[in-house]
Design a binder for this molecule. Structure first.
Ligand code: PLP
Length: 388
């Protein structure tokens, strides 16, 4: 028996999306730039996918640029905006300490090339405070990049308020919405941002496809040189099967979002209530903040996340250490550190991220295995409601 509880890392492809992708691989092989029948068939499918994704984030289809994923979308937004604004003399960039490496390492790369960068700390609840952003803004700030929902703890940032501050100083605002799109309502106009990054594999679409939403009128320097695809903004033959899969996943996410968010937050609360019975041993990160419905991040006193992730894997449960980097090596969670939590919590942070096929019985089974592996006091656990 294997139970997957790591949906913020990636999700399985929805079977409806997978089937449409398979069909497109066989029958829609045209190059979307070709003028003949085959090309136009592919282009029509690409446009449908663009419309579906635009609808999911409240945007116009013409503002959506397909990319190879969230990492490329973040890079394109930050590097593209920074380079486009360089001649104006704006050489300052602001981000936060809880961003994904796709943003943090892009900032580091730009800092090496002479950009001044500010990385804002978080308050204890895991939020970027408006006052801190206001204090950090300068007359030459070109861009502020703050994520919508955090991948480790799931906390949701006050993007509308933060974007208003950036705009008051004439700066652009980018948000990495890779973890929020498909899970909670995301509307580019309500958020008031200029750039927003999306990744297909976080909401039951395929890997290797994502999108950058660029508000009409915002100028970005091209990230890749080559052909004139994507309205001359992103060169390279389009990944039509990937876009089809992501487009279908986007439509399904829109249909299911409300019900699924309610179901997942109930499961997450069930998990945390059970863990909370050992409250002297367990710290739940961001518990009092607005969070993604599917995400729970917690640390167990005196336990290393690496050991527990391995023990749970042996027992059949797939979860993440708070911050497993792409090499697979577990480091202290930079998110927990940015929140001002100690090294012990940062080293022990575990992330459970629930998804479409998880059931209450799986959550209960997980809590039982975790309690065993970590030596948690379980005296109160039987008070949980029977699994549905
Ligand atoms: N941003 C966040 C918040 C993420 O969680 C991830 C993936 O883990 C990415 C960006 C990168 O997305 P992709 O895997 O599509 O490159």
């Amino acid at each position: 028996m294997r139970i997957y509880l790591d949906h913020n890392a990636t999700t399985p492809v929805d079977p409806v999306a997978a089937e449409a992708m398979m069909r497109s691989l066989q029958h829609l092989f045209g190059n979307a730039s070709s003028v003949h029948y085959y090309g136009q068939q592919a282009k029509a499918a690409l446009d449908n996918a663009r419309s579906a994704l635009a609808a999911l984030v409240g945007a116009e289809p013409a503002e959506v640029i397909f990319t190879s994923g969230g990492t490329e979308a973040d890079n394109f937004a930050i590097r593209g905006a920074a380079e486009a604004l360089e001649p104006s003399g704006r050489k300052h960039l602001i981000t936060s300490g809880i961003e994904h490496e796709a943003v943090l390492n892009t900032f580091k790369a730009l800092a090496k090339r002479g950009w001044r960068t500010t990385v804002l700390p978080l308050d204890a609840s895991g939020s970027v405070s408006a006052d801190r952003l206001r204090d950090a803004m300068t007359e030459d700030t070109a861009l502020v990049s703050i994520m919508h929902a955090n991948n480790e703890i799931g906390t949701i940032q006050p993007i509308t308020e933060l974007a208003t501050i950036a705009h008051a100083h004439g700066a652009l605002f980018h948000t990495d919405a890779v973890q929020s799109v498909g899970k909670i309502p995301v509307n580019v106009r309500t958020l008031g941002v200029d750039l927003l990054a999306v990744s297909g594999h976080k909401f039951y679409g395929p890997k290797g496809i994502g999108a950058l939403w660029v508000k009409r009128g915002v100028r970005l320097s091209p990230f890749l040189s080559g052909g004139k695809q994507e309205r001359n903004r992103r060169a390279g033959t389009e990944n039509v099967p990937g876009a089809i899969g992501m487009g279908i996943a986007a439509s399904l996410a829109m249909q299911k979002m409300d019900a699924e968010a309610g179901r997942l937050s109930a499961l997450r609360d069930r998990l945390e209530a059970a863990l909370g019975q050992s409250s002297d041993q367990v710290t739940i990160l961001g518990k009092d903040s607005e969070r993604l419905p599917n995400t729970s991040c917690f640390a167990i006193a005196g336990k290393s996340s690496e050991t527990l992730v391995m023990a749970l894997d042996l027992a059949g449960y797939a979860i993440s250490a708070g911050s497993a980097c792409s090499s697979g090596k577990v480091r202290p969670s930079h998110v927990a550190l940015a929140m001002g939590l100690g090294e012990g919590v940062a080293r022990g942070a575990l992330r459970v991220s629930l998804g479409a096929w998880n059931k209450a019985a799986e959550v209960d089974g997980f809590v039982a295995q975790l309690s065993k592996a970590a030596g948690l006091q379980r005296h109160n656990l039987p008070s949980m409601q029977p699994a549905a």
